[in-house]
Design a protein around this ligand. Sequence first.
Ligand SMILES: C[S@@+](CC[C@H](N)C(=O)[O-])C[C@H]1O[C@@H](n2cnc3c(N)ncnc32)[C@H](O)[C@@H]1O
Length: 516
Amino acid sequence: MNGHVVLPAAPQAAFLTAPPRLPRTPPASAVQTPAARRRHGVKAPTPRGRSTPACLFGKGDDGPRRSVFTDAPPPPPPGASPAADAAAASRALEAWLVDNGVYLSDKSTWGRSPHPLAIANETTDDGEPSGRGLVAIKGVVQGEPLFKIPLKVLLTKEVAVEAFGKAVLPPSTDDFIAMAALLIRERSLGAASFYAPYLGVLPADEELTPLFRWSEEELTPLAGSPTVAAAASLRRKVRAEFADADAADGLFGRSRSVFDPAVYTYEAWEWAFAVLFSRLVLLRGSGTLALVPYADLLNHNPYCGAYIDTFKENFTGEGYVCVFTDRPYGKMEQVYTTYGQKTNAELLLLYGFVVDRNPYDAVDVSVAVDEGDPLYERKREFLEGAGQEAGTSVAFPLYADRYPMELIEYLRFCVASEAEMDGGADWGDFVSERNEVCVAQALLGACTAALEGYARTLEEDDALARDRGLYAMLTLKQRQALRQVRGEKRILKRTIANTQREMQTPRMLFTSLNAA
Ligand SMILES: C[S@@+](CC[C@H](N)C(=O)[O-])C[C@H]1O[C@@H](n2cnc3c(N)ncnc32)[C@H](O)[C@@H]1O
């Protein structure tokens, strides 16, 4: 029996990023004319940096608005400081949202309660920077809709098809590819883009650090972790997708007058995919993938049960996206959403962060029929007959407190004796004490081999994390890597300890008590 830990295949739509260098003047083909804007059903852009959002400091439609983050002094000029620029970008986004019908006032009006949130330009989670976030500026009750974002400000494949035209971007184009093209185009338009205020609050390129963008050197502290292979796999996919699009018969290659090679570069492509991976949401009901401005400022909390949904206004028939809270929030508390039940490896790969105490964290262990097993051929043929392709190796997730029963069933088969095979055993059930002990040994072997693959032991990692002086010298990526490998090693060690304990009573070794 051999065993090693691997990550599941990288996400299907995983593609890529690096901040594109923007041309000073957008190519003529990329400039959005007022006529085109009308065709796309969007309003003329609010020039970036031109005005102070009325909703915060002026007397706009909603009257004066107080913001806990922007109270008092007038905004400093652009470029005064990174913090001032970030605040100005947030205000520009709010003004744009208000212009497009989002109610952000902290006053109630007929039929509308005060908007309970404000943008925090700098937040922290688990002691690490987590960029912008949304914070309650008044108490929020459970189930309260936090905001209504009109569908017209969303970025979707449909918008991309409209923007480029069906002849250039057929509706059958993959969602990620269509939206990557749209993002690159809108960014190249600069202030002329309808979405400029939204693009203005996206993290700076160097702040977009999903694992697939890490350099070889940056990946070094993750040596031994299945995340390294996952990052390489995702990087390859993103590159391959770009190569396809860039080929003479690909999306870009076919329409070079629209897709200027100086704008639609690999760097721009990677940037767009990093944005999409970390911000796209799947809207329930319609099944549409969308970038939802403002809603995508919500940070992730794995314990959060908030949900996002679309609905239609009764009178106007206009569509909205709404986020509903799962619990009450007090004033000044950061309000969260969930990006789904993701492992830390998935969060690191796609979003660039790791969550301490993540209840969904898991490490995949890959198990296979031992090639030295005299029954190897018979077992391989059996698996192929059952539809399993490419050998006998299968990956299963190990959680801190459980493992999937399918892993045990598969191991029971892998270690089965001839008599057990002949007897047509039900692998979902106890087969024999011998079989059960072999399963335990195989599991221990897989976990031990995985632990031996790391450069450092868990104890050495723990010592590094405890050493304040040394820890403070680590870069953010090094700290994320340390948290990632410590989490993986803890799960592997816990599985070893649990399995060794359970081996005391082999008859009851792998009951559903431990299984997921
Ligand atoms: C959908 S965006 C959320 C808004 C984001 N903070 C921003 O500044 O635009 C997702 C990104 O936020 C950050 N983030 C979200 N939740 C986080 C968390 N719990 N810990 C650390 N970073 C987090 C990560 O950089 C992630 O890629």
